[in-house]
Design a protein around this ligand. Structure first.
Ligand code: ZN
Length: 197
């Protein structure tokens, strides 16, 4: 009866028994299940067993509790929840997306702590979603009435084709004596529009 039972039970994925069922490989000369999750370039801390995972990544040692069998923590050995790996990949992808957006905006990590800067970084990182919300969503929303849609379009145009980018030209009189006829306000406007040198 006991034999029958043990034959039917497969080790639970991520459990120590499940890890035990895998082939092993050597990482930095240390035996680990082939499903281990040590990142490229990770090292193994040698020396007395102090109850802590032996994995060192860069200069940092993992603070997880080691499994007795492997000397590294369960996630590093390849056990535990089996979606850790994809979660970690998604986390890395998100971080690198944010970093890219930050660099695009020329922001330091410090200034990115400013909420407004942080919002700009997020807006760049999610620019496709922002454009969708700004342009497509109001146009495609069947719930919007004519006036609401028109207001949304006006706002969308103001953001995408701002009138402020229209260039200004000013006509100067040909005759020197006529220059005096330029009004004070026109002179002010002219002065403001000339590029600073
Ligand atoms: Zn670890």
């Amino acid at each position: 009866m006991d034999d029958e039972k043990s034959l039917q039970i497969e080790p639970k994925p991520g459990s120590l028994a499940w890890l035990e069922a895998h082939e092993t490989v050597e990482v930095d000369g240390w035996e680990l299940p082939e499903v281990h999750r040590l990142p490229e370039g990770a090292r193994i801390h040698r020396g007395e067993d102090d109850g802590t995972c032996r994995v060192i990544v860069g200069e940092t040692r993992c603070r997880g509790t080691r499994t007795r069998r492997w000397g590294v923590c369960l996630p590093h050995a390849g056990g535990g929840g089996q979606d850790y790996a994809s979660m970690s990949r998604a986390g890395h992808a998100e971080r690198s997306r944010l970093k890219h957006a930050r660099l695009t905006l020329g922001l330091s990590a410090r200034s990115a702590r400013d909420p407004r800067h942080h919002a700009r970084v997020l807006a760049v990182a999610r620019s496709a979603d922002v454009a969708e919300a700004l342009v497509s969503a109001p146009l495609d929303d069947p719930e919007l009435g004519t006036i609401e849609r028109q207001q949304a379009v006006v706002r969308m145009l103001a953001e995408t084709f701002p009138l402020a980018t229209v260039s200004a030209t000013i006509e100067l009189p040909d005759e020197p004596e006529a220059v005096g006829s330029i009004g004070w306000q026109d002179m002010q406007a002219l002065a403001e529009r000339l590029p600073e040198e």
